[in-house]
Design a protein around this ligand. Sequence first.
Ligand SMILES: Nc1ncnc2c1ncn2[C@@H]1O[C@H](COP(=O)(O)OP(=O)(O)OP(=O)(O)O)[C@@H](O)[C@H]1O
Length: 649
Amino acid sequence: MGGICGKPSAIGDARGSSTTRSKVSSESRSKRVESFRVKNRGEVRAGSIDRRLNSSRRVRDDDCDKSREVSQVFIANIPGIGAIPKSIEGQQIVAGWPSWLAAVASEAINGWLPRRADTFEKLEKIGQGTYSSVYKARDLTNNKLVALKRVRFDNMDTESVKFMAREIHILRMLDHPNIIKLEGLVTSCSSRSLYLVFEYMEHDLTGLASLPGVKFTEPQVKCYMQQLLSGLDYCHSHGVLHRDIKGSNLLIDNNGILKIADFGLANFFDSNHQNVALTSRVVTLWYRPPELLLGATHYGVAVDLWSTGCILGELYTGKPIMPGRTEVEQLHKIFKLCGSPSEDYWRKSKLRHSTVFRPTQSYRRRIEETYKDVPLVAIQLMETLLAIDPSQRGTALSALKSEFFTTKPHACDPSTLPKYHPSKEIDAKLREEEARRRIAEGGMGLRTDTESRGPRESWAVPAPEANAELVASMQRRHDRANSKSRSEYFNRNKDDTAAATFIEEQQARPSHYSNEVREFYSGSLMAENTADKHELDSSTYQMARKQLSQDSWRMRKHDLSRSMYRAESGRSTSTGKQPFMNGDGYKGNNKIHFSGPLGASNVDQMLKDRDHHIQEAARRARLDKARHAKLHSEMTINPIYVSSRRQPR
Ligand SMILES: Nc1ncnc2c1ncn2[C@@H]1O[C@H](COP(=O)(O)OP(=O)(O)OP(=O)(O)O)[C@@H](O)[C@H]1O
């Protein structure tokens, strides 16, 4: 994919060779296009691309072979995708699709021809997702700006390609003003990656909300919510769950139009019976509903509605409303705000993790009292969307008919919204990094989250670890031949983490339950070891300290704690000791904390202690570093001194 990734300086060099290539193959190309057009009953629409091919701004794609010359054509408005006979796969290869893609994703590309890389001019990177990078580019065929989402298939297992094929398949099916439009695909003959071509959107909601000084008005919030719910209603009525609704996946253009993007986790669902098992490892942690955290595998539209409720709260408050760092903490935040599930709910839902996650005390619902400044109609909608029982959340359509939209002030027209500077989640991250760098340069040392960032920016971007399980889950799907689609339909547990399966095993074997599950949860909530000697001597702690200087603060906290946990658990194993836990899963100020059953006081205390330990460890690391620096300067000045002095720990 040299063309897409090529630097502007390479553009001039590529001009001659591409032009020659274009002339040489023009005859065979038109024959093949014609043949493909006939075979697809005239669905192929040849673009007026040849003129553009002579453009001086064309980028290099030297690696692609001549068979790709046919590819400067695309199709619009593809009807539903049916079963693909084998002969179509052959035609697809003739039409320019790489055989590895046609073999696995024939349905997804059916009726389309690949775009070629040198019909785009790459401009800049605008997004970094879990398994993809997104670039702003210019489509040289029509001079329009586009977004190119590059998906790499490093180890090229067919399951990864099928996973991507589902995203393409779903995107092609959906056609709605509030859903991002997939305009084409670019393949590379040289590398096994694929570019998805989308219409270009200037903002995403996370980036916009984190712009300094931006505060949304009520008509504006209603305008965004109306568009989000309209897009969702369309998805749901077409049998598609998005399963990753969050600010950075809600794109907004300069005309105020909001479009739902990133269908990487989307899937079809059975709207009537919900009898098809789906994975519970979906939705970014902050936006994940309680039933998924509790291991539900039969669910429907309610998962997207929960995330929508989180977005609504975020639009009013300017920050994510439940930013948990781990699944346990996320559930605790949910219970504290939305109340704990009723007895009836626990009994009926039979959720896999309910035994271990069930709080020892019940929590009261506190949405209204928490958001006193939010208008009542918005609170009412939040109450519905953030119902603990998914069956109480209604539908996107019922939300659209709610008083929130019928009461004045009404949603404004998107075109009347203020125009903003382009802003993306990636920009918010960069601003955050810059702010941290400035603080570090100012000699203020390491700070906690809230100390080191502005109030608005501070919660704009999910912590890298906030979605660790989801990332790991997706990574597994890509790394191993263990696709979500396969596992969801044939074995609901395969796609879940070993840890989740582990809980089930433990539940089946009550005699081993406590110790093993405690260990699992100590990993989940993270265990802290505060023994100075152990921290300072262990090589893992040294590694963690090294990371302190490299990573973002949130990442630092996460890795530091995990390294310390690993060190601690390694020691426990070597001595053969099992960690000790008292009745409520919390063991005072020292050593290890376990999540165990949730109790309001113990979790709050645990989190407080954990932050305290992390700050302590960071402080000690700073002191240690200063000691090293001092000693180093002494050694440099006075070599004799060195030999007579013992090395520091
Ligand atoms: N059509 C587009 N126009 C402009 N920017 C886009 C477009 N599509 C994506 N982006 C930017 O790229 C970012 C990442 O894109 P996307 O969410 O599709 O990738 P991903 O790998 O699935 O991400 P994640 O893992 O965060 O869900 C988005 O948050 C957005 O800022």
